[in-house]
Write a protein that binds this ligand. Structure first.
Ligand code: SF4
Length: 96
């Protein structure tokens, strides 16, 4: 099921729980010494950039992320308004 993108006015406890699960998956991998591109590069701004070149770079880097599956599950169920998630560029809650 695909849901509406989150807005600040409608925090959804299920979305928050899903986001927490993703954050835990990322933190566990970082703790295990794995490389998470959007965190480990020190270039996380590319994941929230409006520049198409940055977005393409980020989307490609996601493909080698060990948390890709968890990230893909999250963004598929809980669209975000913007940013690069699991290799997808989100714009107003839709994949661009
Ligand atoms: S798949 Fe991409 S956005 Fe998701 S955690 Fe990995 S690097 Fe970050």
């Amino acid at each position: 099921m695909t849901r509406k993108p989150q807005t600040r006015r409608d925090p959804d406890p299920e979305r928050t729980a899903a986001a927490n699960r993703l954050q835990t998956a990322i933190a566990d991998r970082l703790e295990g010494g794995e490389f998470i591109p959007c965190v480990s590069y020190g270039a996380g701004d590319m994941w929230i950039s409006d520049d198409p070149d940055d977005q393409r770079f980020a989307a490609r880097a996601c493909l080698v992320c060990p948390a890709f599956t968890e990230c893909w599950r999250y963004i598929t169920a809980w669209p975000e308004l913007a940013g690069v998630w699991a290799g997808r560029v989100m714009t107003e809650g839709a994949v661009r």
